[in-house]
Ligand binder design. Structure first.
Ligand SMILES: O[C@H]1[C@H](O)[C@@H](O)[C@H](O)[C@@H](O)[C@H]1O
Length: 647
């Protein structure tokens, strides 16, 4: 059946107002309803006859009910899930490669005698490279498509992991970490866009959020691998860093067989191929309406915004995309400013403060932290289509702010009861005497060069001193009673690096757990999910490149400055600062983040027609929606090609 013929048996029911092309009209006659946002339901049914008879016999109500029943029976083909999972392997590699390095570094620094500068270089080079390639990934996506970008990212992951596993010196390691970073940046901006573009609107939030689930899954898996290989003192790091090649190769070969995004293909004029892929992705559901809407949208956009000049300039001079860009970049910035990566990175320290003295146990417990992040991201996958993006992000950040305050208070209490230094050993000649000049443990703990050496009498700290840390291993002191780890442990002497023994450490532990419980379902995934849907097609790659770049830039800034911030402001000062940022983020989300749940990508642009920061003042979306039920006689089949589709 040709497309035109199928339109004859098409029944379209629109209630409240029409959907497509509506945005344009609204601009001329702005109305309050548009500010509140609209929610659409597109229902497609296989058989028109049953519906027509329902319509004839029972009126619109029956027809609606029949269409809805039919719609609910329509199944999303498994293919969409396969595509989403294969793409999300990019998220897994992002999480794995950023997470695994802390454990690998413990072994590497000993084996290759790395000084602090090289350690920092190896950790932050990846994040820096990710920032650069995320920004450059916009052009790559626009010109070569999403599939090519994902293939490139998995090739980079594979090559980088192989170089890291085989490295024999620090320079090669640096090269490997840079290559992996380039892969992370491209994957981080492309995967959410690709998943959003192939998903049906009712599942889009959930499928894109799966990518963040895979990021946190990768971080958790990395922490387990770190724990397991930490027993293999020689070359354990090769396995830790090289293992990433396995999912990277799987993704590369998988994507050789997976399709390009139909939206990108339509934009490039490859309409036949786009229809075929869209049809494959939607199974027994009609694709004509979706196809037409994407195509009309591209044409309208081109008329309105033009296609001359760099995309970023067009985005900035066109108010809806400028506003979307501010919202997208703001969300990514606040995600990082609320301190997630310092929490992840320093969780072992926080756990040690809570009384876990054994280093290895702390590493294993850090994987419990990563697991909490992972499990609660799963809650986000479930919640995103239930409560929507706006409420989920707002609630999550509100809880995160409270958790940060509790965490900071934990450090305040610990500092207040910080043990006094009672024993001042004589500094050997030629050694730095700064550590021995401190009077309290909390001063000692904030100096990265010093550690606290003490004994316990029941629950009281006695005979305590502050001495320089051994640069090669933070598990022991450079000299004195705590110099030899194996020896001092048999003598009931304790060594605390970066923490102080305190009875209030449970408050910090409570704060840490609450932080992850609140952060993971909302603030973790939503910045990625929302960014994948708020830009029109012509601006999508560039918008996501900018916002992902912002995410990586703030990631580097926050994690690199944490220790210095703690030195100047103390630990609790640093966490109060993050709580302050999070509170500003709350105002931003309340004012500026519209609800995108259930909308087609082509409708979302209209949410940014109004002045920025009016979301909180407009009516709630709840209970107001446009329902658009379309019933077709048949789906598009490959044989349906008609000449009008050939361009
Ligand atoms: O969304 C992710 C996730 O929350 C990760 O746990 C975090 O390490 C990343 O920086 C963030 O972008």
């Amino acid at each position: 059946m040709s497309r035109k013929a199928s339109e004859n048996v098409e029944y379209t029911l629109r209630s409240l107002s029409s959907l497509m092309g509506e945005r344009r009209r609204k601009q001329q006659e702005p109305d309050a309803a548009s500010a509140a946002g609209e929610c659409s339901l597109l229902a497609a049914a296989e058989s028109s006859t049953s519906l027509q008879s329902a319509g004839a016999g029972g009126g619109v109500g029956d027809l609606e009910r029949a269409a809805r029943r039919q719609f609910q029976q329509d199944e999303t083909p498994a293919f969409v899930y396969v595509v989403a999972v294969f793409s999300a392997l990019g998220g897994f590699l992002f999480g794995y490669d950023t997470g695994v390095v802390s454990g690998a570094m413990l072994l590497l620094k000993r084996q290759l005698s790395l000084d602090a500068l090289w350690q920092e270089l190896l950790v932050s080079s990846t994040v820096g490279a990710a920032a650069v390639s995320a920004l450059a990934g916009g052009a790559l996506n626009g010109v070569f498509g999403r599939r090519a970008a994902i293939l490139l990212a998995s090739a980079l992951f594979t090559a980088g992991s192989a170089v890291l596993a085989a490295a024999n010196n620090k320079e090669t390691l640096l090269a490997g970490r840079l290559v992996v970073g380039l892969g992370i940046g491209i994957a981080s901006m492309t995967v959410p866009v690709y998943i959003a573009e192939v998903s049906p609107p009712n599942l889009r939030g959930r499928l894109v959020t799966i990518n963040t689930l895979f990021i946190t899954g990768g971080q958790f898996f990395a922490s387990v691998v770190d724990g397991a290989f930490s027993y293999l003192q020689k070359d354990g790091w090769r396995y830790m860093l090289g293992l990433a090649a396995i999912p990277a190769v799987i993704q590369f070969f998988g994507f050789l067989f997976l399709p390009e995004s139909p939206r990108w293909l339509i934009q490039k004029g490859q309409t036949q191929k786009a229809r075929r892929i869209l049809s494959q992705m939607r199974g027994n559901q009609t694709i004509d309406e979706e196809y037409d809407s994407i195509k009309n949208n591209i044409e309208e956009e081109e008329k309105e915004v033009g296609s001359a000049g760099p995309v970023i300039c067009r985005m900035l001079s066109y108010p809806p995309t400028r506003r979307a860009l501010i919202v997208g970049c703001g969300l990514q910035m606040f995600q990082q400013l609320s301190g997630i990566n310092t929490i992840m990175y320093y969780s072992a320290t926080i756990l040690q403060m809570s009384g876990v003295e054994d280093d290895r146990l702390a590493i294993w417990l850090a994987s419990v932290t990563a697991f909490t992040n992972f499990i609660f991201t799963l809650a986000g996958v479930w919640l995103v289509e239930k409560v929507g993006r706006r409420k989920l992000t707002f609630g999550s950040l509100a809880g995160t702010t409270v958790a940060l305050i509790i965490l900071a208070l934990g450090f305040v209490l610990s500092a207040q009861v910080s043990p006094r230094i009672t024993f001042q050993p004589i500094t050997p000649s030629g050694q730095n005497a700064t550590c021995t000049s401190y009077s309290y443990c909390n001063e000692c703990m904030l100096d990265p060069d010093c550690g606290f050496c003490y004994k316990m009498n029941k629950s009281t700290v006695i005979d305590s001193s502050c001495v320089p840390v051994n640069k090669a291993s933070t598990n022991e002191a450079a000299w004195g009673r705590c110099e030899n780890e194996t020896k001092f442990k048999t003598e009931d002497i304790f060594w605390a690096y970066n923490f102080c023994p305190t009875p209030y450490s449970w408050t910090a532990l409570l704060g840490l757990i609450l932080y992850l419980v609140f952060f993971a379902p909302g603030m973790g995934p939503m910045p990625w999910t929302v960014n994948s849907e708020i830009y029109p097609l012509w601006a999508r790659s560039t918008g996501n490149a900018c916002s992902s770049g912002i995410n990586w830039i703030f990631n580097v800034l926050v994690s690199l400055t944490f220790l210095h911030t703690a030195e100047y402001l103390t630990y609790y000062g640093a966490f109060f600062l993050y709580a302050g940022f999070a509170a500003v983020g709350l105002l931003f989300i309340y004012g500026c983040l519209p609800e995108t749940k259930g909308k087609k990508l082509e409708e979302i642009e209209s949410l940014f027609d109004n002045r920025l920061c009016t979301c909180g003042t407009s009516d709630s979306d709840e209970g107001r929606y446009i329902e658009y039920i379309r019933v077709k006689g048949s789906n598009y089949h490959l044989s349906d090609n008609d000449a009008s589709d050939v361009e």
